[in-house]
Design a protein around this ligand. Structure first.
Ligand SMILES: Cc1cc2nc3c(=O)[nH]c(=O)nc-3n(C[C@H](O)[C@H](O)[C@H](O)COP(=O)(O)OP(=O)(O)OC[C@H]3O[C@@H](n4cnc5c(N)ncnc54)[C@H](O)[C@@H]3O)c2cc1C
Ligand code: FES
Ligand code: FES
Length: 1278
């Protein structure tokens, strides 16, 4: 059992969250404290509770988020500051981030910014964009100061009020409680005395499937390994834990060496430093850092190379527990440390009960994929990392999709030793990971270069030999064949330059000086501390402090989220007779089901029943718009992950085991997986939409130039931190059922559940307290889970719960649509566009879902049918992808103007895009920046900078007119307190906070008197999904309506007693028998578009924004840095600038993931290969632009929405394409160096692979791609 399961299920401590179960998101971070007897030190360290085996915690104190503070008691400063800095939106990541910061402060009460950034390498947040979290926590650092003071237009936040540009006095709360490190909880004295006093600490825990043995002497562990040669030695469990959870491995005997001194010690010898195999990576890093500080530099080349790899090795939580021995013995071909150990010739001591042997880590150590020379009875005792020699130079490199906390694509270490006093190569070792089934040495290349002088000739020889030696099968797992091969050369080139640079100044060594334009290629990446500015218009002077509308009020749940008290769906306490459900899903993309065999699963412990299609009493047909899906597959499956049935058992573990034991026989049919396959098969959903405006043919004739091209934009996983969850509770009479669901669509869930159960909707109540993020992913796809859970609960008449694991969620629920577009644009010499013809194809998955709504308002649109999980609503619909093509290289000249009309004939009024554009140009200092970039690019061959400015226009309204309605219900109780309910759901976007602000304004009472408990179908019926960014507009107006009705009823009592209080008026009305409860309703007026006549209003109004971004690319590796972004966004009169800025930054960062980082890989047979944070990378802390300016356009009231505000959720997402185009700009500069000019295709995301492959140069030419069609690729572009 993991610590996380124990905390959540056994102790009911639900503050610690489950986001992935694979150590990749940090939501489960807790602090462990242990007294180390051999060093007599007390250690505090952050770990991932999802991977920590409970058995490993003997004599360990566990501190969870609940243990450091609470709303009722007192918040700890780390909880308070993240909340007050607006660093918690949905809050699902917040407890983990709080605990990472807390653990850092326990070890170092005065950290530096760099320490903090390192502490957060293992934490993800999908909502905030990270900036406010760093902003809040800067206040703990010695170099960040209160807010850093950097980049501020008007100085420090403590003197000006939170660093915002203000036009009047603000009530920004900067009163952080002081942090006093002496007041922290102490290590429990009883644990201390047990730790010091216990003589024998050998332990044995027996479970039903495994025995955990924790010996405390070397002899004992060797004896046990002799007795159990198949036993696993487990230290951090970061590898074994993944194997057990995701690869169904069973290890009956586990040997834990944490108490064995020889395996945990560090010894300095004459030749180097010897680390016990169980030493953690954090410990190893600390020892090596110390050695680097004290030893002469020439001795520390290897140590520095190890430290460089450790810097990018996983996150802190993993490094704190993962052992160096674990990394070696896992023998992963993409291990980051093994290449260094191999290049450095490290020595390993292996031991069994009869003795020891020392082996060198060379190419004979790894004998095959994840195999080594270690014999079954042996264990690894220690590794010696040698000092480097006087003439030895060592470098290590890691290239991964994301810089922080990611596994390598290619990892390398290189060591060269020169004959003393010369540049003649005496010894050369080039070690690569990611190029074979094991870490390998490029021996042929090294042999050829031995005895040669370090110079251009050697470089050429090295590259051509490496290109021959480091080959890959074109179908190799992991794909990226050309890129990986090119990297082997590019990284060698970096090493070559680095060694040249280091040897140039050495006496007697005759090497060329590195040319100044190549120097940047040798620089190691060092993150710069980000700085930011947020600019918004403050409320007019003199406005009452009680009127919080327009003020940067904190998210109402932020404090509860920071303390872990906020309740999410899976935090609802267990019902006494509750059961757990696990889904049985298809492993085939398209197949007929021949048979389903549950016999093996039935025999497993805890299994209660199975649910299949014939258990559905109502209708099996389902779907948010058209019923083209089945709740449970009936005879046929149309995607991998298609839900066939479910197992219900007593616990999650038992249910999941049983689900995996169900055997299904299929007859496979031909799947359609990619857009190209769908086009070839004419596999389109109908109708295919076309919009035409004007005369394109005439436009093309007038044009001076016509440019044609195509582009593919990959889909995106929503990656809400809280996966889909449902708890269904049958009420026992009249077919009633209550469901707790993490959904954006309470009413849709209600109706589809009722349909499946065969009961009227009035028997089903759906309740949503809050979601841990939604982003459109919980708009319609949540019902695939909630209907199945409801069917199971109904069958058993018992509460049934299911929270999907991350891999299940990614597989089953689909994501945002991939798009393929073909464009033809005609333009004048001036750049003015005369005609544009664009066809879009979107990959809609195996059912229609909301794809048609996503697709409309493009010029020609095809929704393709695919055999993979249906795509859900994006939060930003199809308009953003379309824009990529449209705005490409077509800037200011082609901007809309006031009074222009769109292709769907909507006139643009209250137009502000031109103002956003001008402000963005000036705030970003575009012209100066451009000039500086051009200069930089002339001066640097291997790093290039790029710049792009991109506008966005985003229509606000549901395109299905009937959805543009909302309701609210407001109760005033006799004590004056108000219970507010509305149709929208809270997923972190601050909707409830804004609704309270609106009610507070209309009722004229402080917001503290108003409470929102939840969203439920029995309070406000027939609600529209909380989506399309329209929820504040719709629900806000409904709330206003209800409050105005109540104010009208209270008016006589106010008039009668003008000096009375709110409570007086309420009481008087009550005694006068006046209803103190009112419904509010709103529908957006004048909407209705007709496709046939291309007329009528589609949108209520438009949101506008502009972003300018600067990037730097490393042409040799394809890595890029986000240097700067300036955003100007029109949000009308902001209801809450803190929340709106949070939405802008969060959406921008999600867009940054879409356009530069996040890649879903599918096999040619339609299997999703990227199913968790380990393989699917969303932006992390280190991806935020080094400088980020967000300005909300001032004086821009919007008369079409509540209190002159505008919608904000989705519109800014597209602005992140400015980063994509800045990258493209930088690539153009790189290509120009190779004499390549003109347009080129760059698909989205602009991943490191795509960037590198586009930067054509002498290295890429040596690694040509295999002929398409001559092989089966590992993954395809769907
Ligand atoms: C989120 C995450 C991120 C990661 N990032 C990286 C990364 O960036 N780079 C990278 O290289 N790896 C990475 N890994 C892989 C993993 O963390 C490392 O390989 C780690 O060093 C394993 O150590 P451990 O103590 O946790 O191993 P465990 O899981 O405890 O054991 C791993 C294997 O080693 C064997 N073993 C351990 N010690 C001994 C011994 N003394 N004698 C014999 N056999 C032994 C075990 O039997 C087992 O087979 C990551 C893993 C996760 C979960
Ligand atoms: S749940 Fe543990 S790291 Fe994601
Ligand atoms: S607030 Fe971080 S994931 Fe939602």
């Amino acid at each position: 059992m993991t610590l996380l399961t124990y905390l959540r299920r056994k102790l009911g401590l639900t503050g610690t969250k489950l986001g992935c179960a694979e150590g990749g998101c940090g939501a489960c971070t807790v602090m462990l404290s242990r007294f180390q007897t051999h060093t007599q030190q007390l250690l505090h360290y952050a770990v991932n509770a999802c991977l920590a085996p409970l058995c490993s915690l003997h004599l360990v104190a566990v501190t969870t988020v609940e243990g450091i503070g609470s709303v009722a008691r007192k918040l700890h400063p780390v909880q308070e500051r993240i909340a007050k800095a607006h660093g918690s939106q949905c809050g699902f990541c917040t407890p983990g981030i709080v605990m990472s910061m807390y653990a850092l402060l326990r070890n170092n009460p005065t950290p530096k910014m760099a320490d903090m950034e390192e502490a957060f390498q293992g934490n993800l947040c999908r909502c905030t964009g990270y900036r406010p979290i760093l902003e809040g926590y800067k206040t703990f650092t010695v170099d960040g100061g209160c807010c850093g003071g950097r980049g501020r237009e008007n100085g420090c936040c403590m003197t000006n009020g939170s660093g915002v540009e203000k036009t009047s006095e603000e009530d920004v709360d900067v009163n952080f409680a002081p942090f006093d490190p002496t007041q922290e909880v102490i290590f429990p004295p009883e644990l201390m005395s047990l730790s010091k006093g216990q003589r024998s600490r050998s332990l044995c825990f027996r479970g039903d499937r495994a025995t955990w043995l924790q010996p405390d002497t070397l002899e004992e562990i060797l004896r046990l390994k002799w007795k159990h040669p198949d036993a696993r030695v487990v230290v951090g469990n970061t590898e074994v834990g993944i194997e057990v959870k995701f690869k169904n491995m069973v290890y009956p005997v586990i040997l834990a060496p944490s108490f064995i001194p020889e395996l945990n010690s560090v010894t300095h010898t004459e030749d180097g430093v010897v680390f016990g195999a169980a030493c953690t990576l954090s410990h190893m890093g600390a020892v090596l850092r110390q050695a680097v500080e004290t030893l002469p530099p020439h001795q520390t080349e290897v140590f520095l190379a190890v430290l460089e790899q450790l810097r990018w090795f996983a996150g802190q939580q993993i490094r704190n527990v993962a052992a160096v021995g674990g990394n070696i013995m896992t023998a992963s071909p993409i291990s980051d440390l093994n290449p260094v150990f191999m290049a450095a010739g490290c020595k390993l001591t292996l031991m069994d009960k009869d003795g020891s042997r020392v082996v060198q880590m060379d190419d004979s150590f790894f004998t095959g994929y994840r195999r080594t020379v270690l014999r079954p009875q042996e264990i690894l005792v220690s590794i010696e990392i040698p000092y480097s020699q006087k003439t030895q130079f060592v470098s290590a490199f890691k290239q991964s999709p994301r810089r922080e906390d990611d596994i390598s694509i290619v990892t390398a270490a290189m060591s060269v030793t020169f004959t003393p006093g010369s540049n003649v190569v005496e010894d050369l070792r080039l070690s690569y990971g990611g190029m074979a089934a094991t870490t390998v040495l490029a021996k042929r290349t090294a042999n050829r270069l031995r005895g040669r002088c370090w110079g251009e000739e050697l470089l050429q020889e090295a590259c051509s030999t490496l290109a021959e030696e480091m080959t890959l099968d074109p179908s190799v797992p992991g794909g990226m064949v050309t890129y990986r091969r090119t990297l082997t050369l590019s990284l060698f080139y970096k090493f070559y330059l680095t060694v040249l640079q280091k040897t140039y100044s050495l006496q007697g060594v005759n090497v060329e000086e590195v040319k100044s334009d190549c120097v940047s290629a040798t620089e190691l990446y060092h993150p710069q501390t980000p700085s930011s500015v947020q600019i918004y218009q403050a409320v007019p002077k003199g406005r009452s402090q009680d009127d919080v509308l327009g003020r940067p009020m904190m998210h109402l749940s932020a404090m509860k989220q920071a303390t872990g008290e906020a309740v999410y769906c899976d935090d609802v306490p267990l019902y006494e007779n509750e059961l757990y459900l696990s889904l049985i899903t298809s492993s085939k993309a398209h197949a007929r089901i021949i048979s389903v065999d549950t016999s093996a699963a039935e025999r497993l412990p805890g299994v209660v029943c199975f649910v299949f299609a014939d258990d559905i009493l109502g209708s099996n047909a389902t779907g948010p718009v058209v019923y083209d899906e089945s709740v449970l597959a009936d005879g046929q499956v149309t995607c991998v992950g298609h839900i066939i049935g479910a197992v219900v058992a007593d616990t999650q573990l038992h249910a999941q085991r049983a689900a995996k034991a169900v055997k299904i026989q299929y007859e496979e049919l031909q799947p359609v997986v990619t857009i190209q396959e769908a086009i070839a098969a004419q596999s389109f959903y109908q109708p295919i939409r076309t919009i035409q405006k004007g005369d394109p043919e005439a436009g093309f004739k007038q044009a001076d130039h016509v440019l044609e091209g195509e582009m593919h934009i990959g889909g995106q996983e929503h990656f809400y931190l809280e996966t889909n969850a449902t708890l269904a509770v049958p009420r026992g009479e009249d077919g009633e059922m209550e469901l707790f669901v993490s959904t954006q669509s309470a009413s849709k869930t209600q109706s589809l559940v009722a349909k499946a159960l065969g009961v009227p909707a009035n028997r089903v109540v759906v309740r949503v307290k809050r979601m841990g993020g939604g982003f459109g992913g919980k708009e319609s796809r949540t019902t695939v889970l909630s209907t199945v859970v409801a069917v199971a609960a109904n069958k058993l008449k018992r509460p049934v719960r299911c929270m999907l694991d991350r891999d299940e969620d990614m597989l089953i629920t689909g994501g945002r649509h991939p798009f393929y577009g073909k464009y033809k644009v005609g333009f004048l010499n001036s750049g003015k566009v005369m005609a544009l013809d664009v066809s879009y194809y979107s990959n809609a998955g195996n059912s229609m879902d909301l794809s048609l709504s996503v697709s409309i308002f493009t010029t020609e649109y095809f929704v393709c049918m695919y055999m993979y999980a249906s795509c859900a609503a994006p939060t930003f619909w199809g308009r953003r992808q379309k824009s990529v093509s449209i705005f490409l290289q077509v800037r200011r000249l082609n901007l809309y103007m006031e009074g222009d009309s769109t292709p769907y004939n909507q006139i643009l009024d209250q137009f502000t895009l031109d103002r956003c554009w001008d402000e963005c140009l000036s705030r970003s200092e575009y012209q100066q920046r451009r000039a500086a970039i051009d200069l930089y690019n002339r001066q640097n061959r291997w790093t290039k900078r790029g710049l792009a400015i991109v506008p966005t226009k985003f229509g606000i309204s549901f395109t299905a007119v009937f959805l543009n309605q909302a309701g609210a219900l407001v109760h005033i109780y006799t004590d004056g307190s108000v219970l507010l309910t509305h149709g929208g759901t809270e997923m972190g976007q601050g909707l409830h906070t804004k609704m309270v602000q609106i009610a507070s304004r209309v009722l004229g009472i402080p917001y503290s008197k108003i409470h929102i408990s939840e969203t439920s179908t029995n309070t406000v019926p027939n609600t529209s999904p909380t989506a399309a960014s329209a929820s504040s507009d719709l629900n806000g107006a409904a709330v206003q309506n209800a409050c105005e009705i109540l104010m009208k009823r209270l008016e006589p009592y106010k008039n009668k007693n003008p000096k009375g209080s709110w409570e007086d008026w309420v009481k008087s009305a009550y005694f006068d028998r006046v209803s103190l409860s009112a419904n509010g309703f709103y529908k957006t007026p004048d909407l209705g578009y007709d496709f046939d006549s291309n007329s009528g209003r589609v949108f209520n109004y438009f949101s506008y924004g502009v972003a300018c971004s600067e990037v730097e690319i490393d042409c040799l590796t394809g890595a890029h840095k986000n240097l700067s972004t300036t955003i100007v966004m029109d949000v009308g009169h902001s209801l809450n600038p803190a929340i709106d800025i949070g939405q802008v930054e969060g959406a921008f960062m999600q867009g940054l993931g879409l356009f530069t980082l996040e890649e879903l890989h599918y096999s040619p047979r339609g299997v999703l290969l990227t199913r968790g944070p380990g393989s699917y990378k969303i932006p992390a802390f280190g991806d935020i632009p080094t400088t980020l300016t967000v300005s909300l356009l001032r004086d821009a009231p919007n008369d079409k929405a509540i209190f002159a505000s505008k919608a904000v959720g989705e519109p800014p997402l597209f602005l992140a394409s400015s980063v994509f185009f800045a990258i493209k700009d930088a690539i153009s500069a790189a290509r120009a160096e190779s004499g390549i000019k003109g347009p080129f295709r760059l698909d989205s995301p602009a991943s490191a692979e795509r960037i590198r492959n586009a930067c054509t140069d002498r290295f890429t030419k040596l690694c040509p791609p295999a002929e398409p069609g001559s092989f089966t690729p590992w993954s395809v572009q769907v």
